[in-house]
Design a protein around this ligand. Structure first.
Ligand code: ME8
Length: 515
């Protein structure tokens, strides 16, 4: 039987500057989901990339005295490097300056125009002549241009519009009859009540005031406005073509999950469905708007001057400590907070103590008491049952959380088993058993149970802490990737190594301060 397919995408990051840990969090989250699905046997396609057009980028390139293409080439390279530093397993890194994407966007525009969904009209707005920028009333600062502080004038500009209004009723009906389409639930209500039901205005989909964009085929003094260019990345890169799509497209579309931040859920659940309907395509199965990562309770932003970067954190703490922190600490629906203090505390408690110590102690005891060779002697006591049951129930429990995209809680399930395993050591006191001649088989059974528990947890950790998962299995000297407790494994030639060194908080904070 063919494997079930799973297409997951992230937002494509603006190439206006280096991505911060908030942007990076999204790719790590998507990566954990993609890896989990692969582990579950799905045929996964995981797409991410960069959003490279727009006026802001044109201006930034001008400031630097380079072409926009040179500018975005540099930034896209940096973004890809950071996604790689975070050990993310994307299948395709797409760029909106890819010639194929540009060509298909032009064709999409033409198709919508021919259908009557795009029409030529007039864009009216408040214009700042020196800055060559349109502003909305709410963007003005004291009634003046927010960039240069000068007066603005009402101005009209020729522009193309997409008939969002045409799809309003259909959109309300769709969202109400597909409760799984927008997640979490609170965002669905926000979209319906605050944005869609009050009335959709037609959307301006072209600009003539700047050049760095995809030229409109039928009227090349216009460039395609960014959201039509950006959102279509989800289909252009898998072989969509208005003149006939590829088999690849038919295999992957509709996407199973668009993972994006809560600030852009509006574009993905209003503009995007209407664009897709205009092309007679199905909608993605789900759009999940994840919460934000805050630092000291303030949103991390590229232009806010409070950016913390993933690669710096990896240099300080290692890739899996950073992955663990963002996956575990950012709850499913509420914003999460990142501080160095919290990151240090989490690393010490969960990774160094609960996980690292357990692995290290267990392998060390096996080496000390049995020269590293452990099999199951089946000398069981009541206390074993609870541990073994927990190990065997883990997969189901994890699946429940993962299906709801509750990644932090999924990690908790694994760590609950690890904590239970530590408690099992306290309960069974192997060091006491070691002193008693007639308890050697019991001692070996105890160590066997612990090794099996660690092995299963290590395999379950793979989607989240890939590097650590591999490292533990290497230390256990096993390639058994089954997810249930087995009775007949043999452990030998195990080598304990420190997985996560305990961090001295004060010393680390000093080191960070000096950076
Ligand atoms: O929005 N915490 O790009 P972008 C968590 N190009 N996530 C955050 C965040 C934070 N502090 N700040 C931003 C764009 N994000 C568009 C997307 S998709 C067709 C076009 C998230 O570089 C943000 O919500 O500003 C978005 O999902 C992603 O980072 C990229 O943001």
């Amino acid at each position: 039987m063919d494997k079930k397919k799973y297409y997951i995408s992230t937002a494509i990051a603006y190439t206006s500057g280096k991505p911060h840990i908030g942007n990076t969090y999204e790719i790590v989250l998507a990566d954990a989901i993609a890896r989990y699905k692969r582990q579950k046997g799905y045929d996964v396609y995981f797409q991410t990339g960069t959003d490279e057009h727009g006026e802001k980028i044109e201006l930034k390139a001008k400031d630097k005295g380079i072409t926009p293409k040179e500018f975005v080439d540099d930034v896209a390279k940096e973004i890809k490097r950071i996604w790689d530093v975070m050990n993310t397993s994307y299948d395709k890194f797409v760029r909106t300056t890819d010639p194929n994407h540009e060509r298909i966007v032009q064709k999409i525009f033409d198709k919508m125009y021919d259908k009557g969904d795009i029409y030529k009209g007039e864009y009216k707005g408040l214009y700042c002549t020196p800055c060559e920028s349109f502003w909305t009333e709410s963007q003005l600062v004291d009634g003046k241009c927010p960039d240069c502080g000068r007066d603005v004038q009402e101005k009209k500009e020729e522009a193309y519009f997409f008939k969002l209004s045409k799809y309003q009723d259909k959109l309300v009906e769709y969202i109400e009859s597909h409760p799984e389409f927008i997640r979490p639930e609170s965002r669905k209500n926000e979209m319906l009540n605050n944005f869609i039901k009050p009335g959709l205005q037609d959307l301006c989909v072209s600009r003539t005031s700047f050049d760095w964009g995809i030229p409109v085929d039928i009227d090349p003094k216009h460039v395609v406005y960014v959201w039509l260019d950006a959102l279509t990345n989800y289909i252009t890169n898998i072989g969509y073509d208005p003149d006939g799509s590829t088999d690849e497209f038919n295999k992957w579309w509709p996407a199973d999950l668009h993972l994006i931040g809560k600030d852009i859920i509006r574009f993905h659940t209003i503009y995007w469905p209407c664009f897709l309907w205009s092309l007679d395509l199905e909608l993605p199965k789900q759009v999940f708007g994840h919460p934000w990562l805050l630092t000291n309770n303030d949103k991390i932003g590229k232009s806010r001057g409070n950016a913390i970067y993933a690669d710096d954190l990896v240099d300080l703490f290692g890739v899996d400590a950073v992955r663990y922190y963002v996956l575990h600490e950012i709850p499913f629906a509420n914003d999460g907070n990142l501080t160095y203090e919290l990151l240090i505390e989490r690393t010490n408690t969960d990774l160094a103590n609960t996980l690292g110590n357990l692995v290290n102690r267990t392998i060390s005891m096996a080496n000390k008491y049995f020269d590293g060779v452990v099999v199951n002697k089946n000398v069981n006591e009541d206390v074993d049952t609870e541990l073994i049951n927990m190990v065997n129930e883990l997969d189901k429990k994890l699946e429940k959380k993962m299906d709801k995209l509750e990644i932090g809680l999924a990690l908790d399930e694994i760590f609950d088993v690890l904590r239970r395993s530590n408690k099992y050591i306290d309960e069974t006191t192997p060091w006491q058993l070691a002193k008693q001649e007639d308890k050697q088989d019991r001692l070996q059974t105890v160590l066997y149970n612990l090794l099996e528990s660690i092995r299963v947890c290590a395999n379950q950790l793979n989607p989240f802490l890939t590097k650590t998962s591999k490292e533990i299995l290497k230390q256990l000297n096993t390639s058994d990737n089954s997810l249930e407790f087995k009775d007949n494994n043999t452990y030998s030639n195990m080598k304990p190594e420190v997985l996560f060194a305990r961090i001295d908080k004060d010393a680390k904070l000093k080191e960070i301060e000096n950076l």
